[in-house]
Design a binder for this molecule. Structure first.
Ligand code: SAM
Length: 276
């Protein structure tokens, strides 16, 4: 696809830009103020140019979004290979920041008050929350289906000087013993799995009275009009009960606005306890 503006270009040519720019020889860049003023001038010119180009390419981007939405129409859950691909070049948007989530901070307090010492994070991404749990004194195990996520999380944990047991694994078939953990934490992951497989796994690896924090999307609505349902709230609650979880805390919220990725979600957040 050609993203360059075509026909009737009102963008300045490089000659025009050059003609308007002061020659380097004429520039006095002795003081810090002069240097700052010079870079500001360049930046203004760059932004002016971008204003022209972006108007030209906007329809092309829009056409592309439509095409992508069409192609996504019949796609269901992402495969492990899709997740790996998401990490293949730069880290994906969720894996850039290492600030722990507020959910992880509250969950760690809950675990401390109940004297629970071990936690498994499912779908750890860049490791931000696992690193936080380890810093809070918990014994942490973390898995992700994408090998590149685990590589990144290991590097981040090394830099943070914390000890975490990382491995590549799938939420639908956890490589751990029954009752191995006091707690399970999983944030924005399980809607990408078959819940009929992953939720029983969360239950299986928990000790009796162990706690699980599960944040997932019940559905996703795309700006193009398509809606993908994962699970309705009442069905989710039924499933939890059938699995032997007590729901200690719960809320669901329908997002009103589309986010910058053209999606809005039904968010379902639950704090669970294994009964038997
Ligand atoms: C949106 S990211 C969230 C990452 C992290 N929980 C956070 O909040 O920063 C979803 C993560 O789940 C992982 N994931 C997706 N499907 C998975 C599965 N079946 N088993 C384990 N991890 C999975 C992805 O590779 C990705 O790292």
């Amino acid at each position: 696809m050609n993203l360059l503006p075509t026909g009737g270009a009102s963008a300045p040519s490089s000659e025009e830009l050059g003609a308007r720019a002061p020659s380097l020889k004429a520039l006095d860049m002795t003081t810090e103020e002069q240097k700052t003023a010079h870079w500001k001038r360049i930046d203004r010119r760059r932004l002016g140019w971008w204003g022209v180009v972006s108007k030209k390419i906007k329809p092309l981007y829009e056409a592309e979004v439509e095409a992508i939405l069409k192609a996504l129409k019949n796609v269901k859950a992402l495969s492990p290979r899709d997740w790996e691909e998401a990490y293949s070049e730069d880290p994906p948007h969720w894996a850039v920041d290492l600030t722990p989530s507020l959910f992880a901070q509250e969950f760690a307090e809950e675990l401390a008050s109940r004297k629970l010492k071990s936690v498994l994070e499912i779908g750890c991404g860049n490791g931000r929350d696992s690193i936080f749990f380890a810093r809070s004194g918990l014994e942490v195990t973390a898995i992700d289906v994408a090998p590149s996520a685990i590589k990144l999380a290991k590097e981040n944990a090394k830099e943070a000087e914390v000890d975490i047991d990382f491995s590549v694994a799938n939420a639908e078939k956890l490589p751990f013993k029954d009752g191995q953990f006091g707690a399970v934490f999983t944030l924005s992951v399980l809607h990408a799995t078959k819940l009929a497989k992953s939720l029983p796994e969360v239950n299986r690896v928990l000790k009796k009275d162990g706690l699980a924090f599960v944040y997932l999307y019940g559905d996703t609505e795309f700006a193009g009009g398509k809606r993908e349902e994962v699970i309705a709230v009442d069905k989710y609650l039924e499933l939890l009960k059938a699995l032997g979880f007590t729901v200690l805390d719960f809320y669901d919220e329908q997002e009103k606005d589309f986010d910058e990725f053209g999606e809005k979600h039904l968010i379902i957040v639950s704090l669970l306890q294994k009964e038997t």
